[in-house]
Ligand binder design. Sequence first.
Ligand SMILES: [Zn+2]
Ligand SMILES: [Zn+2]
Length: 224
Amino acid sequence: MEIIKIKLSVSNAYLVKDKKSILIDTGSPKEADKILSAVKKAGVDVKDLSLILHTHGHVDHAGSTAELKRRLRIPSAIHKDDAFMLQTGTNGLVNAINFEAEIYKKILVKPFEASEPDIIIENEMLLSDFGVDGKIIFTSGHTKGSISILFGNNEMIIGDVMMGGFMGGNLFASRPTYHYFYNNLDEIKSSIKKIVNLKPSKVYVGHGGPLLLEDVNKRFSEIL
Ligand SMILES: [Zn+2]
Ligand SMILES: [Zn+2]
């Protein structure tokens, strides 16, 4: 299996190649073309895509879902607690962690085109039905319905549980840090612990990254 990072305007989406391939997140609005050309460049036929899986429902992770579903006609999945974001094209409760984050919030947190999810995730399910050796792990806190995925190669995609680098991941991308936005900070801390306890060999994030476990351990030592 192979995890391919697709760097978009604000966030990262991911293509996971295994028996079949899945897309994790869809970037901001109007990024479907960029995502599909990255899929082609990776040598994956769009007919082999089996699922659009959302780490959470924010505009920079679900912004092109409606357009991609029109083009690909494949199912989308999201945790039950973030489903309303996809259904209404809204971002739910977004708290900013500091002053810089307040500015990003004003610029970035915008409505987007709604779409109806086909699969509402209620359990920490396997992805084998979609041809991928991976398991969904619940990691709430950034949003209530934030999920991570632990793959058979021991790598993880964790969405926005934490971030890599500064300036939206453009500087020092491999340095772990708290994300700008949170729904519940205590839940984020518990989720970071949960991820560290799984000992992933590499941690892919929604902004910047990838991160190494030893760096995550160092950065969050006070809460682990
Ligand atoms: Zn987010
Ligand atoms: Zn994000």
